[in-house]
Design a protein around this ligand. Structure first.
Ligand code: HEM
Length: 163
């Protein structure tokens, strides 16, 4: 659907003589494939953006944990990761539905979900249940390996990206 404002802009484009530009834009606006492509890109930017934000937050909290910094207990440090990870997973679901590929149907998504479970478990050991600094540090680095594996799987669309 073209909104009144968009239509006015396109009409203006046509009247100032954008050679071929305005009619093309109108054609694109009425092509249903363009709409779903935009929705796909929106999910994808949100997903990939929150993936790297989540990684940055995880590394920062890991450093604070290793340094015994009180910053790790601040409100933003405790709440923001949940907000980012919720958006990350919401975008993952949006992407799945848009491209029609699903965990336990497509191998690369199954691998990602299993690695995500491992990553969450390792993160819990690193930040909550690890008794010594050594255990917490080891769990933190293992979680980073799991994250790197998920990135490789995602870009290769292959559960064995290094094979
Ligand atoms: C279990 C939850 C997840 C599901 C179901 C999921 C699903 C998806 C889907 C369907 C795509 C679109 C692929 C395409 O456009 O062809 C995608 C892309 C991507 N995912 Fe996830 N994802 C999940 C979690 C993650 C996590 C935790 C990471 C980071 C470690 C990640 C990293 C990426 C990246 C980097 C891309 C972009 C790949 C590219 O541009 O080709 N995903 N994901």
């Amino acid at each position: 659907m073209v909104t009144a404002a968009q239509y006015t802009v396109r009409r203006r484009g046509a009247s100032v003589g954008l050679r071929g530009g305005a009619p093309d834009a109108i054609m694109r606006a009425h092509d249903p494939r363009q709409g779903s492509e935009r929705v796909y890109l929106l999910w994808k930017y949100l997903h990939v953006g929150t993936v790297y934000l989540s990684l940055a937050g995880f590394v920062l909290r890991g450093i604070w944990m290793l340094l015994d910094s009180p910053l790790r207990q601040t409100k933003p440090a405790r709440i923001l990761p949940h907000v980012v990870d919720t958006l990350l997973l919401a975008a993952a679901i949006g992407l799945m539905l848009t491209i029609g590929q699903y965990p336990f149907v497509h191998g690369w998504l199954t691998a990602k979900v299993l690695a995500l479970v491992a990553y969450i478990g390792l993160g819990m050991v690193a930040f909550r249940f690890g008794r010594t600094r050594g255990v917490r540090g080891a769990a933190f680095f293992a979680a980073l390996v799991a994250f790197a594996y998920m990135l490789s799987v995602a870009y290769a669309h292959d559960p064995f990206p290094f094979a």
